[in-house]
Structures are given as structure tokens and as C-alpha cells.
Write a protein that binds this ligand. Structure first.
Ligand code: PEP
Length: 254
């Protein structure tokens, strides 16, 4: 099954507006001829418009993502950002339920579900992050945790509504720690996630869904990860901040 790879960079709370624009432009120059995969960068909210406008001028193939959204259309929700606002800022992807949001901001699977619906209604591709903590892994609860995150995160959806959904498997113990899951461990979990999607929805959705791996992805481990059948790309944090590192990851097949 051939799925278009997606290499996505999560810039987290790094880079001022000028730094973000500068990084994005350099990356755009270096990726001008790459048409065999999708590339996404997710700057902070404050840089989204500037980055997307600056890339428009140079005809870039890079997609702009946001790191979060709020699920209401509009209203008295001080400090929040809606899907329509993101859309108007040039955003086409949004990261939802990142473990840092679950851990530090109390995001639940139910929030994740509402956010996925809001993004789909605004034609923004949702990247749903799931993954177990170190304790959950030690207690052999990985599959149970993933089941709950998937069942509750995708509750109430019909298969055809999820055609664009991307899932990012990000074991929390691997994020920002340098401890990558082995490619074999990641492949096994990805295969499980795909079979779960098939059981909850159908084979067609499961076969076409892109499942990314995230957690200390670096230039020196990306090729091996990507050589596995069920690993369709990567969500990259730390290594996406530096153009030289990120471009090596994007060029994993060169
Ligand atoms: C992430 O932020 O989604 C992530 C995977 O971070 P890192 O690559 O730094 O582990």
C-alpha cells in the first residue's frame, strides 16, 4: 500500500516571528523540488500568518500547521484560537492532543475528539497524537492506553469524515529524551493502530491512513524508521528547529 509520506516539524514554543520566517524561507528554498512527500512545519500562533505569507511569495510546497486549536467556532474564550481563524491564517494542518498539551494543559481524549471535529469542519487536516507514558509502558498498558485514546478521540465519527486524519504515535517516554522507540517497536505499534482503525471503521480507511512516528526522530534514525511498512512519516520536535537537521530528515530517501 503506497501512502504519501508526511514529514512534519513541531516547533513548539520556539522562534520569534523573524526567526520563524527566516527558518521557513530557508527550508522552502531547500525543498523546492520535493514533490514525492508532504512537508509541514508548525510554528507558534504568532508566526503563522507571517510564515504562510512569506512562503506564498516564493511558491513553496511547504504546508503550514498549527500546534493546537479550540473547538468552538467563536465566543468569549479569552486566549483561544478557532479553526476558522487558523484557516484564514493559511493553515492546512493542525496538531491535536500532543502529549505536552495533555500533560501540562489537561487536555482529555474528549477535548481531542471535539478538536478533530472542528478541524475537519474547517478543512484542516488533523494530526491526532497518541502515546503511552513511561509508567504505562512499564506496566504493560501501552495497547490499553492507545485503545482509549483512539476510541474516545474518534468517538462519533463516520469513516468518510476521517479520510484526511493523520495519527501520530508518540510514546511520551521518547519525546525530547533521545530515547527513540526501535523501528521494530514502532512498526509493531503502528500495525496495531492500523488494525484498530480497521476494526472501528473499515479496511479502506485503515489502509489509507497515514500513521507518523514521533519521539526523538533525528537524521540518523529516520531512514530505518521509514523503511517499515506501517510508518508513513514522522512528527519531529527538537530536530525540526534546525534547518540542516530537518532537511536531512526530509531527505531520508536520498
Ligand atoms: C514532538 O514534539 O512531537 C516530538 C516528537 O519531539 P522530539 O522530536 O523533540 O522528541
Amino acid at each position: 500500500m503506497k501512502r504519501t509520506p508526511l514529514i512534519a516539524g513541531n516547533w513548539k514554543m520556539f522562534k520569534t516571528c523573524s526567526e520563524a520566517v527566516e527558518t521557513a524561507k530557508r527550508l522552502a528554498e531547500l525543498t523546492q523540488n520535493i514533490t514525492d512527500m508532504d512537508i509541514m512545519i508548525a510554528p507558534s500562533f504568532t508566526s503563522l500568518v507571517l510564515v504562510s505569507e512569506s512562503l506564498k511569495n516564493i511558491n513553496s510546497l511547504i504546508n503550514i500547521g498549527a500546534q493546537n486549536l479550540f473547538y468552538h467556532k467563536e465566543g468569549a474564550y479569552t486566549g483561544e484560537i478557532s479553526a476558522a481563524m487558523l484557516k484564514s491564517a493559511g493553515v492546512s494542518y493542525v496538531i491535536i492532543g500532543h502529549s505536552e498539551r495533555r500533560q501540562y494543559f489537561g487536555e482529555t481524549n474528549e477535548d481531542v475528539c471535539r478538536k478533530i471535529r472542528a478541524s475537519i469542519e474547517s478543512n484542516i487536516v488533523p494530526i491526532m497524537c497518541i502515546g503511552e507514558t513511561e509508567t504505562e509502558k512499564k506496566e504493560e498498558k501501552t495497547l490499553y492506553v492507545l485503545d482509549k485514546q483512539i476510541e474516545n478521540g474518534l468517538k462519533g465519527f463516520r469513516s468518510n469524515e476521517l479520510a484526511t486524519l493523520v495519527i501520530a504515535y508518540e510514546p511520551v517516554w521518547a519525546i525530547g529524551t533521545g530515547n527513540t522507540a526501535t523501528p521494530e517497536q514502532a512498526e509493531e505499534v503502528h500495525r496495531y493502530i492500523r488494525s484498530k482503525i480497521e476494526k472501528m471503521f473499515d479496511l479502506n480507511l485503515a489502509e489509507n491512513m497515514r500513521i507518523l512516528y514521533g519521539g526523538s526522530v533525528k537524521p540518523d534514525n529516520i531512514s530505518e524508521l521509514m523503511s517499515h511498512e506501517n510508518i508513513d512519516g514522522a512528527l519531529v520536535g527538537g530536530a525540526s528547529l534546525d534547518v540542516n537537521n530537518f532537511i536531512k530528515i526530509v531527505n531520508f530517501n536520498k
